[in-house]
Design a protein around this ligand. Structure first.
Ligand SMILES: N[C@@H](CCC(=O)N[C@@H](CS)C(=O)NCC(=O)O)C(=O)O
Length: 137
C-alpha cells in the first residue's frame, strides 16, 4: 500500500518526513497542501490534522501527524532496513535525542541548522538530499 504524504514543498517539517521515507525506501505519493494559501486550515484538511499543520501521513487506516512522531514510527517499523535513523550507538542516539527534543521547541531557522548536523550524523543518501529540494515543486 502506498503511503500518502500530505505536505508542503517549502516546509521543513514535510521535507524531514520525505527524507525519512526515501531513506527507508518506502513507496509513497505526495499530496500538496500549500500553507501560504491557507490550505492547511480548510475543513477537509482539519479533518486529517486538527491543528491545521503539515505534514500528515496516511498509511492504510493509520493517520499520523507531527514530523518527528512520523519519523520515529517508520524508523522503528523498518529498523533493519535502509539508513538507521535513530543512531547506532548510545552516543549517536543521545545526540539525536538532544536535537529532536531541543529543536522541536525552537525556531524554523534553528531546526534547519540542527538538521544539517543531524543529517551528517546519520549519513543521508544523495537521493534524499535531492528530494529535499525537488519533491512537490
Ligand atoms: N511539530 C510539528 C510542526 C508542524 C508545523 O508547524 N508545520 C508548519 C510547516 S513546517 C505548518 O504547517 N505551518 C502552517 C500553519 O501553522 O498554519 C511537526 O513537526 O510536524
Amino acid at each position: 500500500m502506498v503511503v500518502k504524504l500530505f505536505g508542503c514543498s517549502y516546509a521543513s517539517c514535510s521535507r524531514r518526513v520525505l527524507a525519512c521515507l526515501i531513506e527507508k525506501d518506502i513507496e509513497f505519493e505526495t499530496l500538496s497542501v500549500d500553507i501560504n494559501k491557507g490550505e492547511q486550515k480548510k475543513p477537509e484538511f482539519l479533518a486529517l490534522q486538527p491543528f491545521g499543520k503539515v505534514p500528515v501521513v496516511q498509511d492504510g487506516s493509520l493517520m499520523l501527524f507531527d514530523s518527528r512522531a512520523i519519523i520515529r514510527y517508520y524508523a522503528e517499523k523498518f529498523g533493519g532496513e535502509g539508513t538507521c535513523l535513530l543512531g547506532k550507538t548510545l552516543e549517536e542516539r543521545a545526540f539525536i535525542d538532544v536535537m529532536v527534543i531541543a529543536f522541536a521547541w525552537s525556531s524554523t531557522s534553528a531546526i534547519t541548522g540542527c538538521e544539517a548536523s543531524w543529517l551528517s550524523v546519520i549519513g543521508l543518501s544523495s537521493g534524499a538530499r535531492v528530494a529535499f529540494f525537488n519533491i512537490y515543486s
